[in-house]
Design a binder for this molecule. Structure first.
Ligand code: NAD
Length: 475
């Protein structure tokens, strides 16, 4: 066991610590989870739903401590409350959807009238979940909950950057009989994550592309499925005839929410030459109405950066862009004030794909805007990326924008708005394209099926073909 120190993003002080679990400890947790999982699966969906609903109630009654812990680690209060609400919503949503998605009726087909069969679902025994720091609670449970509903046991390794919610959350799990071995949280950094991958039967990872690649390799060696939810560089394309004020507001909402520390944040904007200057003017004007939140509940709009290293990454991208001819028209590089790293909403023009600001993930409140003259050029630029998470298209109407959206190499495209795949998460299924991820959709109720294998049971109610007809046995 080794102690890990945790930084407070508002003060810059390291004022919390925890012990990272060793591989041996992860192994013991995995043994407990596997032993409990058999009953968890066998007692059926109704039982699992009852237990999970009881946990949702515990989260409601004991949620204040979780929100308080999250608020310290992330320097935000309202979003922390929303994270807790979202987890409760996931529990209800997946439990409600499961009877239909996991139904296994008997079937017959005309081509083989004597055979009655059904396809049954066999959950993986242990699903490992590894999550990042930008939405510590939601991204720990968005996959854990469908896995539990499907009948798997789950061990979650949250990010070592934002671990304070773990202790109060464990109390809610312990308050519910039947849950504590089935749903466990293990703390630590990379080596604890590696130990979890080595013990799991399936792994879900949310984080950066370089770590995702390592996990994919480890999972391939262990012969287990890996579902990867990785980085993004979402493009917004504003076509000729689009409503400029609407596009400006919607793009800023996406780019600046949680100070841009969001995988599906709009990180590059392509604006038709006829409206480029008006769009930039509207974004600068609208962004100027936003202010820093220096303390919880003070009416500010954005907090300091959660992970201090983000400041240096963003500064380097801005330096590179300016050195290559870009111009910052509002905001600018990071500022450290009383230990907190602040980046104000920043709009940059005169950018090109020679700049890392347009090609690598920024993960901050930076909005680079590039001019295009034809739809062919816009298509080439928006798809000139290693990423394919999601994006947005603004046009004169949904039809024109929707037709253009079909050309975007991304898993979810909002039309005349941003972030709609997240808003519609139980219905708008999507997969990540390119290096933004791998595996079936995490959105939509059918994500329950990620955590099961299919076992077909087939009964022949007719005669067995005689041996004399061996050569005529149908394929
Ligand atoms: P990260 O890759 O540094 O770490 C993520 C998690 O992996 C942490 O818990 C970390 O401890 C663990 N880890 C690190 N090395 C490991 C290893 N070798 N084996 C096993 N586990 C290991 O990512 P981060 O900085 O925490 O998160 C930011 C990234 O996450 C961004 O790239 C962002 O786009 C991405 N993200 C993606 C989504 C999505 O849904 N696609 C959502 C949120 C964040």
């Amino acid at each position: 066991m080794s102690a890990m120190e945790v930084r407070n993003p508002r003060t810059g002080q390291y004022d919390y610590s925890f012990y990272a679990a060793t591989a041996e400890e992860v192994g013991k947790m995995a043994d407990r989870a596997r032993a409990a999982q058999r009953q968890w699966a066998e007692r059926g969906l109704e039982y699992r739903t009852q237990v999970l609903m009881a946990w949702a109630d515990a989260l409601k009654t004991q949620g204040a401590d979780i929100v308080a812990a999250l608020s310290v680690d992330t320097a935000r209060t309202r979003i922390s409350e929303e994270e807790l609400d979202a987890v409760i919503h996931f529990i209800h949503g997946f439990c409600e959807a499961a009877p239909e998605v996991l139904a296994t009726p008997f079937r017959k087909v005309a081509s083989h009238p004597d055979v009655v069969f059904k396809v049954t679902y066999v959950p993986y025994s242990l699903v490992g979940v590894i999550s990042p720091w930008n939405f510590p609670l939601v991204l720990s449970f968005i996959d854990a909950i469908p896995a539990l509903v499907a009948g798997a046991a789950v061990i979650i390794k949250p990010s070592e950057v934002t671990p304070r919610f773990v202790e109060p959350l464990r109390k809610t799990i312990e308050a519910v009989p039947g849950l504590k071995d089935i749903l466990q949280l293990v703390q630590g950094g990379a080596s604890t994550g590696q130990a979890l991958v080595a013990k799991a039967d399936a792994v879900v990872f949310t984080g950066s592309i370089p770590t995702g690649r390592k996990i994919a390799v480890a999972a391939a060696e262990a012969f287990i499925p890996a579902f990867l939810e990785l980085g993004g560089k979402d493009a917004a394309v504003v076509l000729e005839g689009a409503d400029v004020e609407r596009a400006a507001t919607s793009i800023l909402r996406s780019a600046l929410y949680n100070s841009g520390q969001v995988c599906y944040a709009i990180e590059r904007v392509y604006a038709h030459a006829s409206l480029h200057d008006r769009l930039v003017e509207a974004m600068v004007r609208q962004a100027a109405t936003l202010k820093r939140s220096l303390a919880a509940g003070d009416g500010g709009h954005y907090g300091p950066m959660i992970f201090s290293r983000q400041g240096a990454i963003i500064d380097a991208q801005l330096d590179d862009a300016v050195a290559k001819g870009a111009r910052i028209v509002s905001g600018g590089k990071s500022q450290t004030v009383d230990g907190a790293v602040w980046i104000d909403p920043t709009i940059v023009v005169g950018v090109s794909h020679e700049m890392t600001l347009m090609t690598e993930e920024t993960f901050g409140p930076i909005v680079p805007v590039m001019k295009f003259s034809s739809e062919d050029e816009a298509e080439r630029l928006m798809n000139d990326s290693q990423f394919g998470l999601s994006g947005a298209v603004f046009g004169p109407d949904s039809h024109v924008a929707g037709n253009f959206a079909l050309k975007m190499e991304a898993g979810g495209v909002s039309i005349n708005d941003t972030e709609l795949p997240r808003v519609m998460m139980f219905d708008g299924e999507k997969t990540a394209f390119k290096q933004s991820g791998m595996g079936g959709s995490r959105y939509g109720a059918t994500s329950l099926l990620r955590y099961v294998r299919k076992r077909a049971l087939l009964a022949n109610e007719g005669a067995v073909p005689p041996l004399s007809k061996l050569e005529e046995t149908p394929l």
